[in-house]
Design a binder for this molecule. Structure first.
Ligand code: AMP
Length: 395
């Protein structure tokens, strides 16, 4: 695996695929610059080597050219983060852009307009990829968030740089962190898998089941498991068409000697609402008319105990409806237990939109070992798939 540390960028133009798909508010101001900050180390290394940088990214899901998705909204934030006034090319391909790239001086940065203004980007069009490739001497992929897509700028372009291509520092770190959880991991390894539905996490659970010692299953998806084990789940979320899958997972876990931990008690509510009445009840004895919306106190103690005893921890998905204060305690306790275990020397990796949001919301971002920047890409890696953007760099 080649990274930017294998190259010296003096007098070179680095063409970097970054993930600057950042949230904007109604006034088109960036509300969270995490993704831009995450790309900074790669950009800075190139500039310090004496090279120049051409940045390409998508933003949102435009249908053709749509001003609200223009990357010109983020020029100032990118400039502030990197510490260099960034130039802008109003189209990511074309004569003017080629000229701007050719004239770029060492130490300068050029940001290209939204790649997805051209449908060829998502289509993985080879001619479009070749046009992009003309802009730089060395291609760098530093966009983990789109590494699972075979788009022109993330995958197809790599073939035009047979020797001169490598991973940026962010992407290399993502791969390294996931590898240190799935392979080379210190035992005991614990995965906490939560969220609404088991259907979206089946392949993840099946792939990690023989790589981990414990799987904590929380959130809405736990009830499909509790039901198949004969529990009464009241009006809790359940996927009745996935009962057999849940049973398969339980059987597989037994075979592989992996312990599955389910909630033993829950905070049950009489409505899916912050104003609902609540009671603590046995997770296997939830009355009709009530739904489990958070892990209960005994569960929190049990889950925390498993986490405290772990040397490697992976967390994807909340164990309750953490967006509502009333049902956020279980998810907070998971976050705190992970933070404590990390302070004691465990390696912890948090990924997936909702758990990352939870970790940030509860002020734990600095207390975990690594926060993954790519939800879908991380899930696909956890499912054991080879990501096209990563594979293309290895050829
Ligand atoms: P996912 O996108 O599959 O990771 O699911 C995240 C969502 O699951 C969050 O919005 C949570 O509110 C929701 N969730 C967690 N626990 C429950 C539960 N017990 N019942 C319903 N929804 C839940």
């Amino acid at each position: 695996m080649k990274t930017i540390n294998d190259f010296i960028f003096e007098n070179k133009k680095a063409l970097i695929r970054v993930d600057f798909n950042v949230p904007l508010n109604d006034e088109f101001k960036v509300t969270d610059a995490t993704r831009i900050e995450a790309a900074k180390p790669t950009i800075v290394k190139i500039l310090e080597d004496g090279g120049s940088v051409i940045l390409m990214s998508h933003l949102g899901r435009p249908q053709g050219v749509e001003e609200k998705f223009s990357l010109n909204h983020i020029i100032n934030v990118v400039s502030d983060v990197i510490g260099v006034q960034v130039k802008f090319a109003a189209n990511c391909i074309g004569d003017d852009t080629e000229k701007a790239a050719a004239e770029l001086q060492n130490g300068e940065v050029l940001l290209l307009e939204n790649l997805r203004f051209h449908p060829e980007e998502k289509a993985g069009d080879k001619i479009f990829a070749e046009k992009l490739s003309k802009l730089g001497d060395i291609y760098i992929n530093d966009a983990f968030g789109t590494a699972h897509r075979a788009h022109a700028s993330t995958t197809i372009i790599a073939q035009f740089f047979p020797e001169n291509k490598c991973f940026g520092l962010l992407l290399a770190k993502e791969i390294e962190s996931l590898n240190s959880v799935l392979h080379n991991s210190k035992k005991p390894v614990t995965a906490i898998i939560g969220g609404a539905k088991v259907s979206s996490k089946i392949d993840v659970i099946k792939n990690i089941i023989d790589k981990v010692d414990n799987i904590i299953i929380g959130g809405g998806m736990a009830f499909t498991f509790i039901k198949v084990k004969g529990g009464k789940i009241g009006d809790s979320l359940v996927e009745n068409d996935k009962l057999d899958v849940a049973q398969d997972i339980l059987n597989l876990a037994k075979q592989k000697n992996t312990r599955i931990h389910l909630p033993i008690d829950v905070i049950a509510a009489d409505a899916f609402s912050e104003d609902a009445n609540t009671q603590i009840c046995d997770a296997f004895e939830i009355p009709d008319g009530w739904m489990g919306l958070d892990a209960g106190p005994k569960t929190n103690i049990g889950f925390s105990f498993v986490i405290a005893d772990s040397k490697t921890i992976l967390w994807n998905g909340p164990v309750g409806v953490f967006e509502m204060d009333k049902f956020s305690k279980g998810t907070i306790e998971i976050g705190n237990a992970i933070a404590d275990a990390t302070a004691e020397g465990a390696f912890s990796l948090v990924g997936g939109g909702d758990s990352v949001a939870a970790v940030k919301q509860f002020g734990l971002a600095k207390k975990v070992s690594y926060i993954s920047t790519g939800g879908g890409a991380m899930l696909e890696m956890l499912e054991g798939k080879t990501l096209p953007g990563i594979e293309a760099m290895m050829k």
